[in-house]
Ligand binder design. Sequence first.
Ligand code: PLP
Length: 964
Amino acid sequence: MAFDTRSLADLANHDAFISRHNGPRADDAATMLSTLGLDGIQSLLQLTVPADIRLADDLELDPPRSEAVALDYLYRLARQNRVAKCYIGQGYYDTLLPAVIQRNVLENPGWYTAYTPYQPEISQGRLEGLLNFQQMVMDLTGMELANASLLDEATAAAEAMALCRRANKKAKSNAFFVADDVFPQTLDVVRTRAHYFGFELIVAPVEQLVEHDVFGALLQYPGQSGEVRNLAEVVEQAKAHGVMTTVAADIMSLVLLKEPGALGVDIVIGSAQRFGVPMGFGGPHAAFFATTDKLKRAIPGRIIGVSQDSRGEMALRMAMQTREQHIRREKATSNICTAQALLANIAGFYAVYHGAEGLRTIASRIHRLTTILAEGLTRGGITLAHDSWFDTLRLTSVDARKIHGRAMAHDVNLRYFENGDIGLSINQTTTAHDLALLLDILLDEEHGLSVTALDEDVTRLSKSGIPADCQRSTDFLTHPTFKRYHSETEMLRYLKRLENKDLSLAHAMIPLGSCTMKLNATTEMMPITWPELARIHPFAPRDQVAGYRQIIDELSDFLAEITGYDHVSMQSNSGAQGEYAGLVAIRRYQQAQGEQHRDICLIPSSAHGTNPASAAMANLKVVVVECDKDGNIDLIDLKAKAEQHSAALSAIMLTYPSTHGVFEEGVREACDIVHQHGGQVYIDGANMNAIVGLARPGDFGGDVSHLNLHKTFCIPHGGGGPGMGPIGVKSHLAPYVSNHVVTPLDGVEPNAGAVSAAAYGSASILPISWAYIKMMGARGLREASQLAILSANYIAKRLEGHYPVLYKGRNGYVAHECIIDIRPLKAASGISEEDIAKRLMDFGFHAPTMSFPVAGTLMIEPTESESLYEVNRFCDAMIAIREEVARVESGDWPLDNNPLVNAPHTMADLMDADWKRPYSREQAAFPSDAVKASKYWPAANRVDNVLGDRQLICSCPSIEAYRD
Ligand SMILES: *Cc1c(COP(=O)(O)O)cnc(C)c1O
């Protein structure tokens, strides 16, 4: 070897994270460029990104850090958070995530890198996990139906309110009742939502419900001060008055309490956080949403249902997908797209692992500790606000200052009510030792009480905080799934079995257009389970969360620099929630300007379905702007509509680059037109992966944008969530972003209501995006965008002769994704985009985005993280499939019996004794050399969509069903 002449800096550079995140090597990029006939990446940029938006300089970010340095720095920040003993409660509780679930699900890319299970044949594992979650929720709430998670308890409450209004056809009133013992953050979110729906909110004590003429009511069980009261009578009276009732319930309490379903309520919502999901300074966690059977067609969010595959075997799928926003647009039942699939799976597995007996032990222990404490406090002379409880006590007439001082000295967090009362909630981690300390803090030193003696007294006196008529008498989790996996060995294998059924980024590229399935680096993921980040309550005192505040501030600064906005709000838990938050900020700003009459929102026909759904939620009227034949916004139509609605124009929502996968040349002009008519510009930033470091929405006309951190900024998709959808705003909108009642934010209008339960949304996954930006720096981010564009154009080029590319920009190039049109092929051969999508599974790939944004097409997005090897493997598969289509076209294979319509092929197919197909078994399941070397087996044959919707079954099937 010759002497290595590289300097220390050169050597460090060579080892940078950038080359781990970005897939193509330098010579691969050169190969791709030469395939495109280009001499360099700059030529490609000049031909794609419009000159009038292109950024002249590099972003002002720190130089890229190595993985080790970034982790080190992050750990130093994390350590500035103080993990205190947490009794704050109020919807968030410390919990013990079983290690077998932490390592094999939460920390396992086989689970966290998967996509929303739109392709059920390669998603049976997580579909089963989500079905378990639904079954667990149905059992514990006593309801007939549950969905597969919502974003948080507060947004679930807001969705419940909207559902009551939709479903309660008889009620004339436009008022909604909220009991005054509902959590304040829930009320905050419900209030924001109600305002734009034009609902009046009545907040009053539960017993006053019947005095009001309302369409629905929200009650909490147990109440926020811990009281456990029998709601049967109130619910019954409400029903008699035609009022629909929603109960926000604590899932752990339901193990011991009478299930709300038995009280006759219509909807039960809540958070599944305390089933093993760390508090994480606010999230992510899964909310649950359960209803009566009557409401099954109106329930928001995703529902997993049971169906059959083409061999008649039971198979799971997402039911009733046609209600979703991408199809129903402004008529959608909600704007929910990304939810909390990974966290729902974890909560479901927590229930599977513990079973009914285990949960009873955990809940009883929590309740016993609370009862011991209640007994001790009463003997110590403290008055409790209520004589019933599950896990929460409210202490009245106490010296809060003195107690606060002692609590702080011991790193103990309590809840302090405004009137001087003190609240505390016991959780799964609380020990007898903790209880002794609590007694010392809450009582004066010489109380002379011992936990052991109190425990004996509680037993002797048969004391309980649960009134007799509130005790649960029904069984739950009786399905065999909740009985079989209680040893760690069994659980480990169950989780592995499910994981093996699913295709994730650990297997192959997932070329889903508009979804940006890029690398979720291990280094980025490691911090999320650090206790310094995981075990922090969202309402912990400010001085205990200095680390989180700095991470959030730094990330906000990075994102402001990347987008060209002045301020970033971190509250929204998904892209769609970001849209809603951004539109609400626009409406508040316009109201402050005396322009509350502006209520028209222009939306191009190419928009993602969440856009019109979010606009409708902000009480905006959607006016659709047409696109031209090249997929661009039709500027003439835009001008005409802006003029026509000039006085009432609130905003335009446009996506850049568009969901048609092109850089539109006219984006600046489109923004100008809207501004000239006094409207605001919302730029949907979900496609930022094409422009980070190349152009900034804040520079070319945006007033506000959301970013999908779970797309561009490396938060994994988790099989359908979590996500984060922060919004960037120009300074004039900054005071109008969401605030928070419990933990108010600086610089935001005090009465700007919240859109999420926690001030910073799902804060614990923000370090993922922080680390990504820190390790990439300006150079790495720019390179990533360039490679994303290069890769998409390379694919378009390679496929061009085989499939027509639907839309291209001015110079014949696409942006970071490309749409191929299957309609001509289908007309000629009868083979559909769905057949191609399913056939890709036999080649070991996930399908591209199907029939969005244009029916009959496939949208392919490779991202920068895929190597040229993998991109070629995908293109080769697509070309091989095209050749198979040709054999159908030529009559070589009949239309009803060929590898495409029969796809995907399972092991069961290959085992068929009489193989009656005009192609070989090898062609069926091993169609390429790559597959021969490493085969992923789809777990189900083609799943029947129609059957699953016709007979909706959303619970775990009986063992008999498995046998049939
Ligand atoms: C993904 C996406 C959204 C919605 O984001 P969620 O986080 O799923 O709510 C909105 N707009 C566009 C263009 C998207 O691609």
